[in-house]
Design a protein around this ligand. Structure first.
Ligand SMILES: *Cc1c(COP(=O)(O)O)cnc(C)c1O
Length: 379
């Protein structure tokens, strides 16, 4: 395999609920969820059953035909969001690629020069060239230039800076309401509302990248609703398939400008991935999982704040729902290694932030187990 990842020295073999087991049977509490993916934990009975049933029927048939799992997942997304149309793809970066194309087409219909896209410093939108062009981080972009033209970068949470970038040739602004890879940094609500207003003023589409924040992670289906926003396009992926690869672009009727032949994907919306998506959406929006996320979030944050009060290592605890960052004043990687040795899996965001993204089903009792390990290492 190509040496693209800095991996932990661990081989994982199976999982049950919020625990995973290595090849020797050692048990780990999973507070990373495969990077916010395993929203229902591991081996979830409802998901496993639905997938097994679907495997026995049909796995893939392409987008030349209609399938019921795809229609059901699309309907659930439209019902529980403020957007009108969906396009299924296979990953977060691919959803953002599609959103960029959608915005470019929207702009071009207004004027041949309305092609500029603004993204925010510290943001992360993916590794493919379009999404990478919207990800202004030298570490990711270095070695791959030239990137796509007409991308501009504004300072996060700085309304004057985006005012200086936006103009009638701007077709879209893309941003995360909580920068995930960037270190769990929350956007300011007043700032976001001002950006939304600027987008309306210049007829630019507001694209909210909810690849990480979406699908219940922050305690609502999408985080944008907690900031009072009405985006034109929303992209999401990670938690939607609970482990099956799936991404989606949602848009309003206004931004629904693709016509047949404009965009497509062979695997997008395949029967297994969309079956998983429907299970996740129903658990969240119809079977009480969202309320569970809200209460466990509060429990986890309270516990972390108590540790912070006693700790000299913790700089800040921040985040929403079950997307929590613990900024520490030392490099995070060695600390995560120590967590692993004690049976806790967590991930990093940047150099100094421990990122907790537990399965949305995690119980308060399991939170206590994770907290006990963090407490040992942080006090
Ligand atoms: C992970 C992530 C992506 C990229 O998703 P992939 O599925 O890895 O391509 C894009 N945007 C945000 C906000 C993410 O967290």
């Amino acid at each position: 395999m190509m040496p693209t990842y800095g991996r932990f020295n661990l081989v994982l073999e199976n999982g049950e609920g919020c625990y995973v087991y290595d090849e020797e049977g050692h048990k780990y509490l999973d507070m990373g969820s495969g990077i916010a993916v395993n929203s229902l934990g591991h081996h979830h009975p409802v998901l496993t059953e639905a997938l097994k049933n679907q495997v026995d029927k049909l796995i893939h048939i392409s987008n030349y035909y209609y399938t019921k799992p795809q229609i059901e997942a699309a309907q659930l997304l439209v019902t529980y969001s403020s957007l009108d149309k969906v396009f299924f793809c296979n990953s977060g970066t691919e959803a953002n690629e599609g959103a960029i194309k959608l915005a470019r087409k929207y702009g071009k219909q207004k004027s041949p020069t309305k092609t500029q896209i603004i993204s925010l410093k510290g943001g992360f939108h993916g590794r493919t060239l379009g999404a990478l062009s919207a990800t202004p981080k030298e570490q990711y972009q270095k070695g791959f230039k030239p990137l796509m033209p007409d991308f501009y970068y504004a300072q996060f949470n700085d309304i004057e800076d985006i005012k200086a970038c936006i103009n009638e040739n701007t077709c879209a602004v893309i941003l995360e309401v909580i920068q995930g890879e960037g270190g769990i940094i929350l956007a300011d609500e007043v700032y976001l509302k001002a950006v939304e207003k600027l987008c309306v003023q210049y007829d630019a589409l507001l694209i909210i990248d909810e690849v990480q924040t979406g699908i219940g992670r922050t305690g609502s289906l999408f985080a944008y609703s907690q900031f009072g926003l009405q985006p034109d396009i929303v992209t999401t992926a990670k938690g939607l398939g609970a482990g099956l690869p799936i991404g989606v672009i949602l848009c309003t009727d206004k931004a629904n400008v693709f016509t047949p032949g404009n965009h497509g994907t062979t695997f997008g919306g395949n029967l297994l991935a969309t079956t998983a998506a429907s299970v996740v959406l129903k658990e969240l929006c119809e079977n009480g999982l969202m309320e569970h996320v809200q209460s466990v979030s509060k429990y986890l944050k309270d516990k972390l704040l108590k540790i912070q009060a006693k700790s000299e290592k913790i700089v800040e605890v921040r985040g929403m729902g079950l997307m929590i960052g613990i900024e520490i004043n030392e490099p995070v990687k060695p600390l995560l290694e120590k967590c692993m040795a004690k049976g806790l899996l967590a991930i990093a965001a940047g150099e100094k932030v421990i990122r907790l993204l537990p399965p949305l089903i995690m119980t308060a009792k399991q939170v206590d187990e994770g907290i006990a390990i963090l407490e040992e290492l942080l006090i």
